[in-house]
Write a protein that binds this ligand. Structure first.
Ligand code: HEC
Length: 141
């Protein structure tokens, strides 16, 4: 947010490219957990959802359309316990995740292409399921 306010999308995208993963990593150290974001339409290929997570995203999408309250979920598909929380879009997000030429300006698009050649995270509207927070608690020794 600070980078966005300081220098607009031109400053914020390079910041995210370098800092997004280290920031989530430092949270993991503090809470003895691993925290990441996963999505069915990834900008960073490191954040691609697995099959279980994709089905969870679909469930959240359906629930959102029905106007239901989205509840966090606990995964049962692996030995570790993973907690999932949906991430929704709002108008602010569309500067970088909306429609090219509409909300996403040309200069933003160029930046995205430079840093994320395999970007899949465009074309969103407000109040859509963008992905999930995934928190895995480290097993006690
Ligand atoms: C300044 C541009 C910008 C804005 C505004 C922005 N994002 Fe992103 N978003 C990015 C970039 C760049 C990445 C890739 C970060 C990385 O390399 O891990 C990203 C990645 C993500 C991811 C991880 C999954 C993926 O595709 O790699 C989620 C989830 C996400 N954004 C949601 C949001 C939401 C929700 C909002 C609004 C609340 C938002 N973003 C606003 C630029 C932006």
């Amino acid at each position: 947010m600070a980078a966005l306010q300081r220098g607009g999308t031109q400053e914020a995208i390079p910041f995210c490219n370098i800092k997004a993963l280290p920031i989530t990593d430092s949270m993991a150290v503090v809470s003895n957990a691993s925290i990441k974001r996963v999505t069915n339409k990834a900008r960073n290929p490191m954040n691609i959802a697995n099959e279980f997570e994709e089905s969870l995203i679909e469930e959240y999408q359906k629930a959102l359309v029905k106007g239901e309250t989205l509840q966090p979920q606990i995964s049962s598909d692996s030995s570790a316990q993973a907690y999932y929380f949906p991430i929704l879009t709002n108008a602010m997000c569309l500067q970088c995740h909306g429609k090219p030429g509409v909300e996403v300006h040309d200069v933003t698009l160029e930046n995205l292409k430079t840093y994320y050649p395999r970007d899949n995270a465009l074309g969103y509207d407000s109040n859509e399921v963008r992905g999930l927070w995934k928190v895995i608690l480290a097993p006690k020794p």
